[in-house]
Design a protein around this ligand. Structure first.
Ligand SMILES: Cc1ncc(COP(=O)(O)O)c(C=O)c1O
Length: 405
């Protein structure tokens, strides 16, 4: 008897059609170039460990010890108590006085997924920034939620555009996402902006999701302002994690800090905990690095900030000196988001740049941008020599393909 075979195509859910992750999608083009024997200069992936940054040894020791001490089973769903206590302490140092709950997740990526999933019903929406870190739109697409994006204003150092937020608010809007410091623009929200967003949240009963994963990577010496510290009464989940500040993106450790009026956040927090229990727990031994990271020596940050400042300055100088390119100077994280004046799409620009000069950046359309504008995102984590070579390649490409004016 011939075995029965199932020849019908198994299709993916149609709600995934709009899920894009341009950063990784470009990898196919890079693979072509690598197969031809070229080395690609990677200014596209925000992983410090791919460059000259090292994990502080004492936090590696803490995980190693946790494994040796038998912390290899499932952890409590919200996280291990010593990690939760340490994150509460960190919230205090950030000036957050109304902490109602803390939970540990598999990176901020999982915090985003859980917090959005616990909030929205079909037909409701959440305001997300444009440009945005693409995970937000991907999770909302996965939930079948129609995107409702508000503009960041390039002419105002990429601050959220309040008038656009007001325009986009509907009776079914439940929350608003802030990314501060921002990916992809490297901008920081001003105190006044945070106060205005808080006022809006109060008036429209919104929860604020404040993604502060880069809060220790501030490059201009100003203190970082946590939204929840500015607006202690407003329901808020502050997202933080180990990936960037403590140089361990592969460990997958992040967290959420719920703050605001206790009665206002109670039911929502219980919803988040249902989801936390359903997915069992975050990585267990890695959670034992949270306390030593947050409470131990912070020396690595001085070195990280020094390198990033110098690489940011080099990047900014190049943007200012290069025809067709202009850029709002980044103030935090390790991203720059220059505007480029070219007669074709930024996606073609980026793909041809990889093919012809073997330099990899990400097109602005992968993050969202105002219609009629073109951008690309630079990750300025590589050392000065690599950046200089990459920028020479990009400038040459622009001159050859578009001319200098
Ligand atoms: C703004 C922002 N939020 C969240 C994440 C995801 O971080 P994690 O590694 O903690 O999942 C990233 C990663 O690049 C990011 O840039």
């Amino acid at each position: 008897m011939t075995p029965i075979s199932q020849g019908h195509e198994i299709t993916a859910a149609s709600r995934l059609e709009h899920v894009r992750y341009a950063i990784r999608d470009l990898a196919c083009v890079a693979d072509e170039v690598v197969k031809q024997g070229h080395k690609v200069l990677p200014l596209n992936v925000g992983d410090p460990l791919s460059f000259d940054f090292q994990t502080p040894p004492h936090i590696i020791e803490a995980v190693y010890k946790a494994m040796r001490d038998g912390k290899n089973g499932y952890a409590p769903s919200p996280g291990v108590p010593e990690a939760i206590e340490a994150i509460r302490g960190e919230a205090g140092r950030k000036g957050i006085t109304t902490v109602r709950d803390v939970f540990v997740t598999a990176g901020v990526s999982e915090t985003v997924d859980l917090c959005l999933s616990a909030l929205v019903n079909p037909g409701e929406d959440v305001l997300t920034p444009c440009p945005d870190y693409p995970l937000y739109s991907a999770v909302l697409c996965k939930l079948g939620i129609v995107l409702n994006a508000y503009d960041l204003n390039e002419d105002d150092a990429w601050q959220p555009e309040l008038a656009d937020i007001e325009r986009k608010l509907t009776p079914r809007t439940r929350g608003i996402v802030l990314i501060n410091p921002n990916n992809p623009t490297g901008s920081l929200c001003t105190r006044q902006m945070l106060e205005q967003v808080a006022e809006l949240a109060r008036r429209h009963n919104l929860i604020v999701f404040s993604d502060e994963i880069y809060d220790k990577l501030i490059l201009d010496g100003t203190p970082h302002l946590a939204f929840a510290a500015i607006a202690p009464d407003v329901p808020c989940v502050t997202f933080g994690g180990m990936s960037k500040n403590y140089l361990v993106p592969g460990w997958r450790i992040g967290w959420g800090i719920v703050s605001g009026d206790a009665a206002a956040v109670k039911a929502y927090t219980e919803g988040v905990h249902r989801l936390l229990r359903a997915r069992l727990c975050a990585n267990h031994p890695e959670q034992y690095a949270i306390r030593p990271a947050l409470e131990g020596p912070q020396d690595h940050l001085i070195e990280v900030q020094r390198k990033l400042r110098s690489r940011r300055d080099l990047t900014q100088k190049w943007c200012e000196a290069t025809p067709r390119v202009s850029c709002v100077a980044p103030r935090g994280a390790f991203y720059a988001y220059p505007k480029i004046d070219i007669p074709e799409s930024d996606e073609i620009f980026v793909k041809e740049l990889i093919r012809q000069k073997h330099v990899m950046v990400v097109h602005g359309s992968g993050f969202g941008q105002k219609p009629g504008t073109q951008h690309f995102r630079i990750v300025f984590l590589p050392d000065e020599q690599t950046l200089t070579r990459a920028y020479a390649g990009i400038a040459e490409f622009i001159r050859e393909r578009y001319g200098n004016s």
